[in-house]
Design a protein around this ligand. Structure first.
Ligand code: NAD
Length: 289
């Protein structure tokens, strides 16, 4: 597979901005699409800020002027340029109804050769592939947050995903300076089947008054050597995404062990989404600017 040059990134939230930054920093032409110009403008500011700090923290790619890197990112609300996309990575809200509509649109606007990667948390890749006319060219690429700094990606093979598609995805990952670990399709894959259950159970501990958020996190960090506790991780991911993922697992497995904690539901209803809203289990008001 020859090099991948033009990459469409759908969704300019936490993951889409990180991906656009990582791709542009490694020389790719990026087409970033979201619903409104305002969201895209905010995404551009986040990426500019990420470029300022990312290099210090160890992001991949040659040292380049920030404007050169930002100049590789085209912003669009109507998929302009996607007829040139070699590869598309979808990162919209974890909602099957919304994602289905996006895949139908992508299928219509992208060339037949374009590979689609779903950066979903729990939705089965086989179901996503079936919403397109190219299920052999659809796979899961579950990036970790923050994308520019995380070296490993969980790759998921759907029922129809071809070996050539997996190879193409590996080519893109090597261009990004990342490595993939391939697993088979199942709701939540490996990462989120375990992580979402852990986070939800940690929220239950706070809900039941067994321990405060800080105590829960400190136990994981100091007893198990984790860099972050489960509730800090939840704040980083976004509590809305956690809730959508836990609900997705609950539905997929029809298993009550994935029942969402009422405190998680209440926090999402209250707009306490973690880092992205400035308040979750911890306060980030001073770090948002
Ligand atoms: N946050 C994480 O740590 C993480 C990690 C891995 C995977 N994921 C997955 O990545 C995806 C995105 O998560 P996120 O945290 O970036 O969410 P987010 O809420 O930060 O961003 C989602 C973006 O999708 C946009 N969007 C919604 N509907 C759209 C549509 N029809 N067309 C175009 N854009 C649309 C929203 O406007 C928003 O900007 C989800 O599927 C999530 O499960 C998240």
């Amino acid at each position: 597979m020859s090099d991948i040059h033009t990459v469409g990134v759908v969704g300019a939230g936490v993951m889409g901005t990180g991906l656009a930054q990582a791709l542009a920093q490694t020389g790719h032409r990026v087409l970033l699409v979201d619903r409104t110009k305002e969201i895209l403008a905010a995404a551009e500011r986040t990426i500019a800020q990420g470029l300022r700090f990312g290099r210090v923290l160890g992001a991949k790619g040659p040292k380049e002027d920030r404007r050169t890197v930002l100049g590789r990112i085209g912003l669009t609300t109507d998929y302009e340029g996607f007829d040139q996309a070699d590869f598309v990575i979808e990162n919209i809200t974890e909602d099957w109804g919304l994602k289905k509509g996006v895949y139908e649109r992508l299928d219509a606007v992208c060339p037949e050769r374009t590979v689609f990667a779903a950066n979903t948390s729990v939705i089965p890749i086989t179901r996503i592939g079936a919403a397109t006319s190219r299920p052999d060219r659809v796979l899961g690429m579950h990036f970790m947050n923050p994308v520019p700094l995380k070296p490993t990606v969980e790759m998921i093979r759907g029922h129809h995903t071809s070996a050539a598609t997996v190879d193409t995805a590996r080519t893109l990952l090597s261009q990004l300076g990342k490595e993939g670990i391939l697993v088979e399709d199942s709701p939540g894959f490996v990462t989120n089947r375990v992580l979402m259950l852990t986070v939800n159970e940690a929220v239950y501990l706070v809900h039941e008054g067994v321990a405060g958020a800080e105590e829960v996190d400190r136990i994981f960090k100091t007893c198990f050597g984790h860099t972050m506790g489960p509730l800090e991780t939840a704040d980083l991911i976004g509590l809305d995404t956690i809730l959508q993922s836990v609900e997705g697992l609950y539905t997929a497995f029809s298993d009550s062990k994935y029942r969402p904690c009422p405190l998680l539901v209440r926090m999402v209803d209250a707009g306490l989404l973690g880092r992205k809203s400035g308040q979750g289990f911890y306060n980030y008001a001073t770090t948002l600017a």
